[in-house]
Design a protein around this ligand. Structure first.
Ligand SMILES: O=P(O)(O)OC[C@H]1O[C@H](O[C@H]2O[C@H](CO)[C@@H](O)[C@H](O)[C@H]2O)[C@H](O)[C@@H](O)[C@@H]1O
Ligand SMILES: O=c1ccn([C@@H]2O[C@H](COP(=O)(O)OP(=O)(O)O)[C@@H](O)[C@H]2O)c(=O)[nH]1
Length: 469
């Protein structure tokens, strides 16, 4: 079996014997432990001056972590700049928020080239290379320029926008050409795959041949043949189910339960990101209290929102906006013994979250656009099958394409989400159980191991030499 080399912007260094945080880290570690290999990327540290000259290597059995500290300028232009102020809003359909400038684009290309310089000497001829996310689109092309002919796959964790939006980016063609340097390009949903195929058809001389029931296409473009395919990421369903059974009785979950003194609980858990639709969500909760005043003093909304990408101006703005909204709504509806919104700018570990999900009558997941949204899946997996809560889910989260039994909402329709909350809070047990059971069937078959194995299996078969039709 070939060795696997995983490349991602963030590397989750896990101490021997300790548990990795987050489904993606668990999946990648499981894949790497099987085949042995390297996990390469940014260390998460920013240093004064230049980026680190040589990677720091940490050995853990058959696995080597190779990480690089980024210099301040590289971090600013590559991560804060082009990745998070251009590609992130563009890929989340937010043209009004994109900033376009040559300096950050050059920084992005420079850091990708520098990463390729540092990984190339560590590679073996029969390695399989799996690159993750929008930070690293040019990375495969950079390796190819250095003569690397190994099998290379890319997985995009965000949405891929339709060509009408993508063409707002200067030099958009270069970015898509770089994507075509990979042998396999994975997306979360059929919508994302369609955006990519439409771009190839409309903006290049390339050809698209659609295949497969679940969504895949052979792409011939820029002198290369590659497979583009849908691989919806998921969670470790079984592990979360068993975690939630005991986590519901943990000290923190008990404290939360006691603090509610019999009130119902709505929960939201998101990075503090404008893509997550938090202002609209707060407004929808306000709408619930306004339209259905019987819930006043009977329902609490807990929103966990750890700050994210704090150097980027749009993230500073959304944080201010949400604090003001929470203050205003609480000021309007609170009683001396009840605070309607508990808004927390901090993160919690998976075990605590599992206990909180288990207690919550409603999981409220309303992004304006989201690649997948693992929180939606985690909420469902953590419910008690005999008395499950209800998932209210945005139609614009990738997860909605699999979890059709959730209450699917349009997050821009504040009154509609308010009504969905009312429906969720009053849904009869029989309907709750049916919806939950159907979603669990999906999550049990499409779990994180299935995602990882399907992707690695497809990459193993590269390079693709499909006969032209
Ligand atoms: O690394 P950060 O800048 O702190 O951001 C955290 C991650 O956010 C994004 O997550 C996406 O991946 C999830 C798993 O596939 C998916 O469910 C979600 O919809 C996406 O938003 C980002 O794409 C990651 O690279 C970041 O590490
Ligand atoms: O306080 C928190 C908030 C979130 N998460 C985890 O972070 C991930 C968020 O993934 P998702 O796909 O929902 O969104 P992203 O942040 O990747 O855009 C999920 O596994 C959450 O359980 C966490 O561990 N602690």
């Amino acid at each position: 079996m070939s060795r696997l080399v995983v490349v991602s912007n963030r590397v989750a260094l896990v101490e021997e014997g300790k548990q990795a945080a987050g489904g993606l880290a668990v999946a990648i570690l499981a894949a790497l432990k099987k085949t042995g290999g390297i996990w390469f990327g940014w260390s998460g540290k920013v240093v004064d001056g230049e980026s680190q000259a040589e990677p720091t290597r940490t050995e853990a059995g058959k696995l080597t972590y190779a990480t690089l500290d980024l210099g301040r300028r590289d971090h600013e232009e590559y991560y804060n700049g082009f990745a998070n102020q251009t590609l992130w809003p563009l890929f989340h359909y937010r043209l009004g928020l994109i900033s376009v400038n040559r300096r950050t684009r050059e920084g992005y290309e420079r850091v990708n080239a520098y990463f390729a310089d540092k990984l190339e000497p560590l590679l073996r001829a029969d390695d399989m290379i799996w690159v993750h996310d929008y930070h690293l689109i040019p990375f495969g092309d950079e390796l190819r320029r250095r003569g690397c002919s190994q099998r290379m796959g890319f997985f995009l964790h965000t949405p891929f926008p339709p060509p009408e939006l993508l063409t707002a980016l200067p030099n958009h063609r270069d970015l898509v050409r770089e994507l075509c340097a990979y042998d396999l390009v994975g997306f979360h949903t059929a919508t994302d795959l369609r955006g990519f195929c439409d771009y190839i058809r409309r903006e290049t001389d390339g050809q698209v041949e659609q295949r497969g029931a679940y969504g895949s296409a052979i792409i011939r473009a820029f002198g290369r043949t590659l497979l583009a395919k849908v691989f919806p990421i998921s969670i470790d369903t079984e592990a979360l189910e068993s975690l939630a059974r005991t986590a519901g009785r943990s000290r923190q979950a008990e404290r939360l339960r006691e603090s509610l003194v019999g009130r119902r609980l709505i929960i939201g858990v998101d990075r503090l990101d404008y893509s997550k639709g938090l202002p609209q969500r707060f407004a929808a909760f306000e709408q619930l209290l306004e339209s259905y005043p019987e819930h006043c003093n009977r329902v609490t909304f807990l929103q966990v929102a750890p700050p994210s990408r704090e150097d980027v101006p749009e993230y500073i703005a959304i944080r201010r906006e949400l604090s003001e909204m929470a203050g205003r709504i609480n000021g309007r509806f609170a009683e001396f013994d009840w605070q309607p919104i508990r808004y927390l700018n901090r993160s919690f570990g998976q075990r605590v979250l599992a206990g909180f999900y288990r207690l919550a009558n409603v999981g409220l997941v309303t992004p304006l656009r989201d690649g997948m949204n693992l929180v939606a899946k985690e909420y469902v997996a953590c419910q008690d099958a005999e008395d499950p809560g209800v998932l209210v889910l945005s139609q614009f989260a990738g997860a909605a394409q699999e979890l059709g039994e959730a209450l699917i909402v349009n997050p821009f329709d504040i009154e509609g989400v308010g009504d969905a909350l009312q429906r969720a809070l009053t849904m009869p047990l029989g309907e709750r159980k049916e919806r939950h059971a159907a979603m669990m069937r999906t999550l049990r078959s499409h779990h994180i191991g299935w995602w990882r194995e399907s992707y690695v299996d497809a990459l193993t078969r590269a390079p693709y030499d499909f006969p032209a039709t």
